[in-house]
Structure formats: C-alpha cells, structure tokens
Design a protein around this ligand. Structure first.
Ligand code: 5GP
Ligand code: ZN
Length: 139
C-alpha cells in the first residue's frame, strides 16, 4: 500500500471501482475514462510503479489474469480485437504510478491506431547500430 495511490485505494476498497475480476494477487476493473467499451485495467494488489519492480510470481499472476481476461472482455463487448499495453514510466505516458495493464477492446473501423502509434519520431538505425543495441540488451 502506498499513501496517495489511487489504485491502492481501489485495492483497499476506499475508492469505488467496477471490479470485474479479483484474485489474491491481482484485481481488474473498468477504466473510469474508457477509450472503448470494456476498457479494463489489470493491476497487482501490491504497489509497484514499474513492471520491472514486480517479482516473478506477481508478474506471472498479472499476466495470467491478462491472458484470461483479454478474450473474455473482447467477446463480452463484441469487439473484433484488443490492444493490450502498459505505459511504463512518465515518459511513456504513465499517469497513475501503480503498474497496470490496459485491455482496450477494438472494433473494426473504430478509428483507433495500433500500438505502433505510441512511438515518437522513428530513429533511422544502421545494421551496425541495431547489432550494438541487440548485443547490449542481450548481455
Ligand atoms: P496510465 O496513463 O497511467 O497508463 O493510465 C491510467 C488510467 O487510469 C487512465 O486510463 C485513467 O482513465 C484511469 N484512471 C485514473 N483514475 C482512475 C480511477 O480513480 N478509477 C478508475 N477506474 N480508473 C482510473
Ligand atoms: Zn499503488
């Protein structure tokens, strides 16, 4: 629990939410300002800002809930697809500093965009630069 964290307050029942799924480790609820019908947030009950802060068991529980809920939410609202994503860090657009996975149902012709639209200006990387980045990440 973190003081002044909206999502911790939802976990504790201090702030109401439209909860759609709950286990010992995670809770899922409708986004209060949905991008689409059925827009759902899945969060770990333990406070952590970044996905990299989650221990393996909690990360597994979170992803298990996401994989279970994504097709379920999608079929419930009659969507044709879904974007599943995490804004990790302020630079990536994270506004609530408690890790959460967005499940955003998508409908044919809804005017939205793929996840590729979230990036800024695309870098023009040479093969050598790509090799160097891959090597550095793999190290
Ligand atoms: P972020 O930009 O941090 O990835 O997304 C935060 C999301 O949380 C936003 O989509 C916003 O609509 C949602 N949100 C913010 N405050 C509340 C709240 O009090 N209740 C619910 N259900 N959703 C919230
Ligand atoms: Zn929190």
């Amino acid at each position: 629990m973190s003081d002044d964290c909206i999502f911790c307050s939802i976990v504790d029942g201090e702030i109401p939410a439209r909860i759609v799924h709950e286990t010992d480790d995670v809770v899922a609820f409708l986004d209060a300002n949905p991008l689409a019908r059925g827009h759902t947030l899945v969060i770990p009950k333990t406070h952590a800002q970044h996905v990299g802060d989650l221990d393996d068991d909690l990360a597994a529980a979170l992803f298990a809930a996401v994989t279970e809920l994504t097709p379920h939410v999608q079929s419930t609202v009659g969507a044709d697809g879904a974007n599943v994503g995490i804004n990790d860090g302020e630079a990536a657009g994270q506004e609530v500093p408690h890790a959460h996975v967005h499940i955003i149902p998508r409908f044919e012709g809804d005017g939205g965009a793929p996840l590729h639209a979230v990036g800024g200006e695309r870098p023009d990387l040479s093969d050598d630069e790509l090799d160097a980045v891959a090597d550095a990440i793999a190290e």
